[in-house]
Write a protein that binds this ligand. Structure first.
Ligand code: ADP
Ligand code: ZN
Ligand code: ZN
Length: 719
């Protein structure tokens, strides 16, 4: 009887694979990576353990090729977390496990972790090398002040002495960069405000075990400071902290902030913007780092001494992955916290209604910070400019322009928020009403003036700007509506002295944030123009005006989450104004000044609006009072997509607590030449819904004719 190993592979199949384990490979612990033959290729898989027997004839079982022992095994808690995800998101376990690994470690070619730093050990700190070993002594002294890189040592011909120190146990080669010595002097932490103290009095005793704590703090209330103090406590007990943040772009500045606050601690970061080797190294560093800062994928990082998970800006949509495994990192963080018996702190000035409802019901602990931490900083005044009575000129009203001029005259900074990048949302022919359609999508091509291109923001198509209307030949095409590029141009013309900078996905690369932050802090910028990227990030003490243009689309959108999102966005953007001792001012242009959203916004009343929205959701049976799963299908024709879904609906298990709605075309019905349709199923009973989908999913594979693509989205955010 040969021993059989169960292996998870990255395939779309919902099953594990059996391989014969040659004796010479010995035992293989669960979580170890192995290389196995698969069809005519080889694949990296995750060993899950011995199988008692196999349904496959032992003569046909293939052999495990080798164990990849140049890299650590996936720890047991991550295997357990992946099993939870497989079950909750109805996704293949193997695909999940392999997706949690950085790409470089999925690749079977040997990985040599680079250890470029020579660092002194505890023994080295107190060691007394013999007096005659002068060079060794000198090097050890130098190391006590700061780590040295292999390169420096090589250049100084000190490698031999380094090796001697390592052999004596006084120094080690380390993967982690040195974190002492060269950093700017740590600013002493502020004394906690009264509210922060109260919050700590509740949070610190709760750190010993699982619990979800929703920190609802107005912008500038010092949530970051609170996280830092919690982390301090966790590190002091020898545990690790995982901090999830929404944007890649924000990692470097937050990392700096953490490094200053925790000199000498091992801090590492993880996000998809890292180069392949760096990502693999940082993932490996997670095993023994103190703090890991990262975007949603970090929720799967190996942290054996995990003691706290923080999810900053927990309402942010980027925590939800929108393809393949459509997981919510916030929800997975909570599952991980529960499995590991570790507390989870969610923080936001505008919590998601999902989290807020849990807090109101008492399942999460609600911690509130109602005032700004800097004592002189008040929340800004919010004024509405009624577009029904005040005319627009190039997207701007007179009162908005006056506010900008006044702020400029005082030598203070403004930001202008417009959530549409590009020059204009479309190009328009006044003679035949052609409006630059994307040939592959139900969307308009956006006019990008600087790039001299029309671009589709959905399928990525780019074309040259036509010199005449493709429909009627009219050479006089006009931009339709305002994008951030055009706004920047308008402002430059109207305020010739002002120094204007634009921020949106077209201008911002991760590194550019730090540079921009310095430019704004240093007073080199008067007006920042941008999309929702403006809502995030640093606070600028001299920023006193936030001008918000054109938000009305969201007020009457068919998406039931549109007002929640808009409210959050406006609160966050408003929160950028008046952070320090100067009062802030927010001016919003809208044709619907009587909308309830503005009433709550003007009072900075998140709880009030949240309660109103929650009451509405409850009445309409919408999340968070019901759980949803969306089945999406994409096909060459809408008929084919809908036919697939009709068939799927007919196959859905007949469960009294679960409602299956009719198949409908998606709101964006066509993207990249595929027609998209969707089918919603929901229930107030999460377990019933999950059980129903568990039975349903395998049947979907058998539907004929097949469609180009289908997928299940559990707790969908975007429809
Ligand atoms: P939030 O994340 O809640 O928006 P931050 O943590 O960024 O707020 O804090 C806002 C500002 O208040 C920062 O400039 C921070 O240095 C300052 N701050 C935080 N806590 C205190 C405190 N206890 N005393 C004085 N200033 C504080
Ligand atoms: Zn035309
Ligand atoms: Zn397109």
């Amino acid at each position: 009887m040969p021993s059989i190993l169960q292996v998870a592979l990255d395939t779309p199949l919902y099953r594990l694979f059996d391989y014969r384990l040659p004796d010479e490979l010995g035992e293989v612990a669960p979580g170890r990576l192995v290389e196995v033959p698969f069809g005519r290729t080889r694949q990296t898989g995750v060993a899950l353990g011995p199988a008692a027997g196999s349904s496959i004839d032992s003569a046909r079982l293939r052999d495990v090729i080798r164990v990849l022992d140049d890299r650590p095994a996936l720890p047991a808690d991550l295997l357990r977390l992946a099993r939870f995800c497989a079950d909750y998101y109805h996704y293949p376990l193997g695909a999940i496990l392999l997706a949690t690994l950085p790409p470089r470690l999925r690749n079977a070619t040997p990985f040599v972790a680079d250890t470029p730093w020579l660092v002194v050990t505890d023994a080295g700190q107190v060691a007394e090398p013999p007096a005659r070993a002068k060079a060794q002594r000198a090097l050890l002294d130098a190391l006590r002040a700061a780590a040295r890189s292999r390169e420096e040592l090589r250049a100084g011909k000190q490698v031999r002495h380094a090796t001697a120190l390592v052999e004596a146990g006084w120094a080690v080669w380390s993967r982690l960069p040195p974190q002492t010595g060269r950093l700017p002097q740590t600013a002493a932490p502020h004394a906690a405000t009264a509210e922060q103290q109260q919050a700590l009095a509740r949070l610190l005793p709760a750190l010993a075990e699982f619990g979800v704590h929703l920190i609802h703090g107005v912008t500038g209330s010092g949530k970051t400071e609170l996280y830092l103090r919690l982390i301090d406590d966790v590190l002091a007990r020898g545990r690790q902290a995982l901090v999830l943040i929404p944007e890649i772009a924000l990692t470097p500045q937050l990392e700096q902030h953490f490094r200053r606050r925790f000199p000498g601690r091992h801090i590492t970061s993880l996000h998809s913007g890292l180069a392949e080797v760096a990502r693999a190294e940082n993932w490996l560093a997670a095993f023994d780092c103190d703090i890991l800062l990262g975007t949603r994928l970090s929720v799967f990082a190996p942290m054996p001494r995990l003691g706290l998970i923080v999810v900053d800006e927990e309402h942010d949509a980027s925590f939800k992955q929108q393809d393949s495994l459509r997981y919510s990192a916030r929800d997975v963080a909570i599952a991980r916290g529960k499995q590991a018996n570790v507390p989870v702190a969610l923080g936001s000035a505008t919590p998601s209604l999902e989290s807020y409802a849990q807090a109101l019901s008492g399942r999460y602990q609600l911690i509130e910070l109602k005032t700004r931490a800097v004592s002189a900083a008040r929340l800004p005044d919010i004024e509405l400019v009624d577009l029904k009575h005040i005319p627009l000129d190039n997207g701007l009203t007179r009162p908005a322009l006056t506010a900008l001029t006044e702020t400029l005259a005082r030598g203070e900074q403004s930001l202008v928020f417009l959530n549409r990048r590009g020059y204009a949302p479309a190009l328009y022919c006044p003679s035949c009403a052609w409006v630059s359609p994307c040939p592959s999508c139900s969307a308009r091509l956006v006019f990008h003036r600087h790039a001299r291109r029309l671009k589709c923001h959905h399928c990525g198509l780019e074309t040259r700007i036509p010199t005449e209307c493709p429909n009627c030949g009219n050479p006089d095409l006009k931009p339709l509506g305002q994008g951030t590029q055009r706004l920047e141009e308008t402002l430059t013309a109207l305020l010739p002295g002002a120094r204007i900078r634009r921020i949106d996905r077209d201008t911002m690369r991760p590194r550019a944030w730090a540079e921009l932050g310095e430019a704004v802090h240093g007073g080199a910028v008067d007006i920042l123009v941008g999309t929702q990227m403006l809502a995030k990030g640093h606070d600028f003490p001299n920023m006193t005006l936030a001008l918000i243009l054109d938000t009305d689309g969201a007020l009457y959108s068919p998406d039931f989450r549109a007002t929640e999102r808009l409210f959050a966005q406006l609160m966050q953007v408003s929160g950028r104004a008046g952070r320090a001792d100067k009062p802030g001012r927010v001016v919003i242009q809208t044709a619907f000044p009587d909308h309830a959203l503005f009433r709550y916004l003007q009072r900075h009343d998140y709880p009030g609006y949240a309660r109103e929205l929650l009451a509405e959701r409850k009445q309409l049976d919408l999340p968070p009072y019901t759980r949803q799963v969306l089945l999406r299908a994409e096909a060459r024709t809408m008929d084919a997509a809908l036919a697939f879904l009709h068939r799927a609906a007919a196959l859905a298990p007949d469960t009294p607590e679960v409602s299956v709605f009719g198949a409908t075309p998606a709101p964006m019905a066509r993207v990249a030449n595929l027609e998209r349709a969707q089918l919603l199923i929901q229930s107030t009973n999460r377990l019933a819904l999950q059980a129903c989908v568990r039975d349903w999913r395998p049947q979907l594979d058998s539907i004929k004719p097949r469609v180009a693509r289908w997928s299940l989205d559990v707790d969908p955010l975007v429809f």
